[in-house]
Ligand binder design. Structure first.
Ligand SMILES: Cc1ncc(COP(=O)(O)O)c(C=O)c1O
Length: 392
């Protein structure tokens, strides 16, 4: 008999963003706004720091939790940005990307058959990683009230079962751009404390936040409210803030016992993130502020341009996002966003991500990443407007 792939692996759903991207990648001349990535290269000072780290011999294994010097730099960073004191030795674990932080974090918290509440529409990997841990994602959509997404606490409560172990939310959100207010974070924390749940906050877009008094000011972190003893895990990444998507470097902040376990499990997943990239990330933290502020200014202008243009299209509603680099317009009458995006791609060579990819509450919308140059965004808007016009 031919050995088969495990039934549990086969249950993990495909990413529908990838499915769309796979079609787009076989085509020329596509405006690729389906991935969450800026087209800006990694800043030169970070590349130079990586080259220097290689020359200095950062080519060996490091600790499973990552270089102590990078963890110290991150602890200082949290002190500066959020006024939060973290112990670099026991509360921070470096990971080989935000995805890997999610993987190891979720693996530490869930047993097979456990349930995780996931606020959606959300980047699909959170739910899929829960499924990959043989646990069950239970998606709770954000309702749109007026011009703002909210958290449906009644729905969260109604979804609780004896197997519910954690709640995962993303702020700033991919794809909504929604940012949890401090009051909403307080209610999430109270909810999890009250019901004995883990609270996992994906904060990878923390630095892409627009209402701040100055560009680069972070969105509020749940760590400002949590105590050391709280069952809170924060997922983070260098990908978005420092244009380092291809480097695969992230971290998690967690209660000591979780951080220790995550570091131990890292041994069996990747052992640790690449050593010279970890060293280069120290330079990103210490020298990156000015460049990041410029990037946030540019993104804010892009957001305003795209949102104004989309708002003028008949049947399109697009709430104001406060963070990340996405718009998630809802299109009146849209029932199959994958088919819409497939046709949009084949007919106009504009690649957007279908809303259905983002779980409950996502169908009926499409996601546009506005981190590209203005010229590309102008063409994208033109192609989308023309396509919608032709739909009648
Ligand atoms: C919400 C969210 N979390 C985590 C990640 C992971 O980022 P990376 O694995 O590149 O660090 C992404 C990437 O798109 C994301 O959108």
């Amino acid at each position: 008999m031919r050995p088969q792939i495990s039934a549990s692996a086969l249950l993990v759903p495909h990413s529908r963003i990838r499915e769309l991207a796979d079609i787009a990648m076989s085509m020329d001349g596509v405006l690729r706004l389906y991935f969450g990535e800026s087209n800006l290269p990694t800043p030169d000072y970070i590349k130079r720091a990586a080259a220097q780290a290689l020359a200095e011999g950062y080519t060996y294994y490091t600790e499973n939790a990552g270089l102590p010097s990078l963890r110290r730099a991150l602890a200082e960073h949290y002190g500066r940005l959020h006024g939060v004191g973290l112990d670099p030795g026991s509360e921070i674990v470096i990971t080989a990307s935000g995805v890997q932080a999610l993987c190891v974090g979720i693996r530490c918290l869930l047993d097979p058959g456990d349930q995780a509440l996931v606020l959606t529409p959300a980047w699909p990997n959170g739910s899929s990683i829960v499924a990959m841990s043989n646990a069950v994602p239970v998606e709770i959509p954000h309702p749109l009230r007026g011009d703002r997404y909210e958290i449906d606490f009644d729905a969260l409560k109604a979804a609780l079962t004896p197997r519910t172990r954690m709640l995962l939310y993303t702020s700033p959100s991919n794809p909504l751009g929604w940012v949890a207010s401090v009051e909403e974070q307080r209610r999430l924390l109270d909810f999890c404390r009250h019901h004995g749940l883990w609270l996992m906050a994906d904060e990878v877009y923390e630095r892409l936040y627009y209402p701040g008094a100055k560009a680069g000011e972070p969105a509020p972190s749940i760590l400002r409210l949590a105590t050391r003893e709280d069952a809170v895990v924060v997922i983070q990444s260098f990908s978005k803030s420092y244009c380092m998507t291809g480097w695969r470097l992230g971290w998690l902040v967690a209660r000591k016992d979780v951080a220790a376990r995550a570091a131990q499990l890292n041994e069996f997943i990747v052992s640790h993130a690449a050593s010279f990239t970890q060293k280069a990330a120290e330079s990103a933290l210490s020298e990156g502020e000015a460049e990041m502020a410029r990037m946030v200014e540019r993104l804010k202008t892009n957001r305003d341009f795209c949102r104004a243009a989309l708002s003028q299209m008949p049947g399109v509603t697009v709430p104001q996002p406060d963070g990340a680099f996405y718009l998630f317009p809802r299109i009146e009458g849209l029932a199959d966003s994958f088919e819409f995006c497939r046709r949009l791609l084949l007919e106009t060579k504009l690649g957007l991500a279908p809303g259905v990819a983002f779980g409950a509450g996502g169908e009926g919308s499409v996601r546009l990443c506005y981190a590209a140059e203005r010229g590309i965004l102008e063409q994208a808007i033109e192609r989308l407007a023309g396509f919608l016009r032709r739909q009648g």
